[in-house]
Design a protein around this ligand. Structure first.
Ligand code: 0A1
Ligand code: ZN
Length: 879
């Protein structure tokens, strides 16, 4: 049990109570100094509930309370009590003005929550509960108030002073100091408060809304990074336009600021009109950012912008409702990105992310519904479940109600709830009421954890021309939820004839409708039967097109059917899925053969299918690249009862080797044909680069190191450079690898984001001495336990991205990780709790590994002063 939280408290959704007091307005004054910052808060507080005489404010137990006055008079000690995170003011009158002065130490704040320093500048992060580290306040999202913020600071060191809303005053204070006053006209919860003070450059632009208002757009970053901010700016303008066009949503202030900071626990934060971003999601130029980085910047810029309506204008009543804003906003950013380039590739990427991270979470000790019922530390619930499965749940409603129906629901949601803090139920009710729909059963998606499993069988009756699909669903047990009810979900189906065309048919039994994209079947029961008539021959079913529900499938489709779909399905997602399925099947067979010491056979049918893909690759190179990318080792592991760490690696290498040799001439041809002489960022150019770099991987599998060496030497952009390094770091040519890594370091020493890649790639190597390298890099002068990006690059990549070496049977990888977690926890518990995750799924491994993993978890649990963040994760994983 951690000492400083003798009994970490669990918070339950069922205990929710409306706030006893409202805060009508708050004026904050920050006196920023190097050795401590004073914060004076003046708030008007109004009682909401007669039978609650005491006002309870949240505040960090370490915070230095200097003075507290009510209506101008200091409060006597007997009226105040402080216990843990709470400050109680007894017998609060029906309304009053509270003045509270505190002193805080942003210069020593390594948690990166509340007010802290990054790169010499002051910045804040208040979601979820960081505001309580700044001052005493009812720090809960249903307390929304009007903020006025005055910032005073040294003028030379902190020329830029920013907060939310509009700047209404600024000036000099003498003695080298200056001030600015910001006022936010919109009521907001404290988690959306932000402040920045620093020496920053700015890239400025403007946007004219469709109603003709001009919005000033500013991106602040270190002066030397400004040239890397243009892509973020362009993305912001595209996102603003998209939200007007798709949802009729306009920006509501005259100014929109983004600040890039290099020490940040997460990706970015949607503070009202003052987004604070991890540099990773702002800075992009072709020299330091890959094509994927460019796409990520665009996606995150859009995500934070979209929060202005889904999150800020309408916010969450309590933190259990987090998916209300996050699931919805992820869905919106996914759709935005899908509209920018290739919709099908975006969908494939999103599904890969869901399967790689959310499915394991849903099947493990930390499984929780997208609206959790309880938590110890809310920061642990910014999960792929709440975010990405949450987005899938929204996507299913979008599919069930249709584009227009969904839009009607969104309109009603804003009409009803603008300016309010609401629940997931309120959202679903708006969708229902706008469409006269019944989403009663559908609501279970908010309450039940676990990935539903569909088992599908089909039956063809030649004599009647009838085809039947029998779909069974079951929702697995998850911690605390043993009884599950069947869910309502959309299942998109195609019926494909022997000529590869969609077949006409009539649905004669079962619930469903015909759409352009196929049959939209409704699954509601444990047992569902659908019958089609009017078919001239047996169809091949194209199942769960577009991944229309976040489920797993066991179907009776044979390998030939899947390869047929790979060649013919008109739904690109389903084509990719069919191909991956055959690859997985092949890989699992190879794993068995490796284990049994038997000869490894790939199957000519798969090789032929791949050859066909490469012959047709010109029409959509990025799609061919996706098709030819082998499932990752971790994903193969997920398909097994016990993860066969080493055999999986060998099987995958073998499959790549076979496909490389069998299709060598295609790889050489494509590598040549996909090489552009001029670099560009158009979707077509990115698409060709993607295939070229997949070709490079296969060429390297032929033992051709020369191509990667030349590829590195000739690369004029980070996508190519990284692709070459990725190959070299696993290759047999140590001299070439060392030379390339040394060159990379020298070239990018001043570029933190590039150096993160340098750390990450070395941690991802499949070489036997990788852990040794990682240990050495831990002591590298550029490494720091305090910078989350660097930590994730080295330690996160190794532990969560290198199954082979992290799970070395010696257990040394586990010991390394637990040691790091122990140290990081003392600085930054939120990040420590994320780093520890690769240890928690011990039940998936053989007894030796599982025992070694549990040993490290147990050791962590015994650490004195363990944070409740890490405590929650580790203790639940040992239950
Ligand atoms: N709301 C932000 C992400 C975010 C969440 C939590 C944080 O601290 C615990 C920080 C940022 C988003 O969804 O972008
Ligand atoms: Zn978000």
């Amino acid at each position: 049990m951690p000492l400083d939280h003798a009994q970490p408290q669990t918070i339950f959704l069922k205990d929710y109570e409306a706030p006893a007091f409202a805060v009508e307005s708050i004026a904050l004054c920050f006196d920023l100094r190097e050795k401590g910052t004073r914060v004076l808060s003046t708030m008007t507080v109004v009682r909401q509930s007669e039978n609650m005489p005491n006002l309870v404010l949240d505040g960090d137990p370490q915070m230095d309370l200097l003075s507290i006055k009510l209506d101008g008079t200091p409060l006597p000690a007997g009226r105040i009590s402080r216990a843990g995170e709470q400050l109680t003011i007894k017998d609060m009158p029906a309304s009053g003005v509270l003045e509270i002065e505190v002193e805080i130490e942003p210069q020593n704040n390594a948690r990166l929550e509340g007010l802290y320093k990054s790169g010499g500048n002051f910045c804040t992060q208040c979601e979820a509960q960081g505001f309580r580290n700044i001052t005493f306040f009812p720090d809960r999202p249903d307390v929304m108030t009007r903020f006025t913020v005055r910032i005073e600071a040294d003028k030379a060191a902190y020329p830029v002073l920013l907060s939310n809303g509009n700047r209404i005053e600024q000036g000099d204070l003498g003695a080298g100091r200056h001030f600015a006053v910001w006022e936010d006209p919109f009521k907001k919860p404290a988690y959306l408060f932000a402040l920045v003070a620093g020496d920053l450059g700015v890239l400025s632009d403007q946007f004219t809304t469709r109603s003709g208002r001009t919005v000033a757009l500013h991106i602040y970053a270190k002066a030397r990074d400004l040239p890397k901010c243009q892509h973020a700016m362009d993305s912001l303008k595209r996102a603003m336009r998209w939200d007007e066009e798709v949802y009729g949503l306009e920006y509501d202030l005259d100014i929109y600021n983004i600040v890039a900071v290099s020490d940040f626990n997460m990706g970015a934060m949607e503070n009202k009109s003052l987004n604070i971003f991890n540099t990773k999601y702002v800075l992009a130029d072709p020299q330091i950012a890959t094509d994927t980085d460019f796409d990520n910047v665009e996606g995150v810029i859009a995500h934070e912008y979209f929060h202005n309506w889904t999150g800020n204008r309408v916010t969450c009543r309590d933190w259990f409702q987090l998916s209300l804003k996050e699931g919805l906003t992820v869905f919106r950013d996914q759709e935005y990105s899908a509209d920018q380039a290739s919709r099908s590739i975006k969908r494939i990427h999103d599904v890969k992310t869901l399967r790689a991270f959310q499915f394991p979470e849903d099947a493990g000790p930390l499984a929780h519904p997208i609206r959790p019922d309880s938590y110890i530390e809310i920061n642990n619930f910014y999960t792929v479940t709440v975010y990405n499965k949450g987005a899938e749940v929204i996507r299913m409603m979008h599919r069930l109600l249709g584009v227009e129906g969904f839009r009607r629901g969104m309109d009603l949601y804003f009409q009803r709830h603008d300016g309010q803090a609401v629940t997931c139920d309120d959202f679903v009710a708006a969708m229902e009421d706008a469409n006269g729909a019944d989403l009663g059963q559908f609501r279970l998606w908010y309450a039940q954890a676990g990935t539903p499993e569909l088992t599908i069988e089909d039956h063809w009756e030649e004599s009647t021309g009838r085809y039947e699909l029998h779909i069974k669903q079951s929702v697995p047990q998850t911690p605390g939820q043993t009884e599950k009810a069947p869910m309502h979900m959309p299942f998109l189906l195609g019926l494909i004839g022997p000529n590869g065309q969609e077949m006409d048919a009539e649905l004669v039994a079962g619930e469903g409708t015909r759409h352009d994209a196929g049959w939209l079947l409704h699954i509601r029961q444990s047992d569902n039967r659908y019958q089609f008539s009017g078919l001239g021959s047996r169809p091949i079913p194209s199942l769960l097109r577009g991944f229309s529900a976040p489920v797993t499938i066991k179907a009776s489709l044979n390998r030939a059917d899947k390869l047929f779909l790979t060649a013919h399905d008109s739904d690109p997602f389903a084509r990719w899925e069919a191909c991956q399925d055959v690859m997985i099947e092949t890989l699992l067979d190879l794993v068995k053969a490796v284990d049994a010491g038997q000869p490894l056979d790939v199957g000519q049918d798969l090789i032929d299918a791949c050859e066909k893909i490469l012959e047709d690759a010109q029409s959509d190179p990025a799609f061919a690249a996706e098709l030819m990318t082998l499932p990752g080792e971790a994903y193969i592991g997920q398909m097994m009862d016990v993860v066969a760490v080493d055999a999986i690696h060998h099987a995958r290498i073998h499959l790549r080797h076979v496909l490389a040799h069998a299709l060598e001439s295609h790889w050489r041809r494509l590598y040549r044909e996909m090489t552009d002489t001029v670099f560009g960022l158009s979707p077509e150019q990115k698409s060709r680069r993607a295939l070229k770099n997949v070709a490079l991987i296969y060429l390297a599998a032929l033992g051709d190191n020369e191509t990667a060496r030349t590829h590195y030497a000739q690369s004029n952009n980070m996508t190519d450079r990284l692709a070459a390094l990725q190959v070299l770091v696993n290759g047999s040519d140590d001299a070439a690898r060392d030379a390339a890594f040394a060159d990379f370091y020298d070239r990018f020493e001043m570029e933190d984001l590039a150096i993160d890649k340098w750390f990450a790639l070395q941690a991802l190597s499949d070489k036997p001495d990788t852990l040794k390298t990682v240990r050495t890099l831990r002591n590298h002068s550029a490494f720091s336990l305090r910078n989350p990006n660097r930590l994730r690059a080295l330690v996160g990549s190794f532990a969560s991205g290198n199954q082979l070496r992290f799970h070395a049977v010696s257990g040394e990888g586990y010991a390394f990780l637990s040691d790091i977690v122990k140290h990081v926890d003392q600085l930054n518990p939120q990040t420590a709790a994320r780093l520890v995750l690769p240890l928690i799924r011990h039940e998936r491994y053989d007894p030796v590994r599982a025992g070694l993993m549990r040993k490290q978890l147990q050791a962590l649990l015994n650490v004195d002063g363990l944070s409740k963040d890490v405590y929650e994760i580790v203790s639940k994983s040992l239950m």
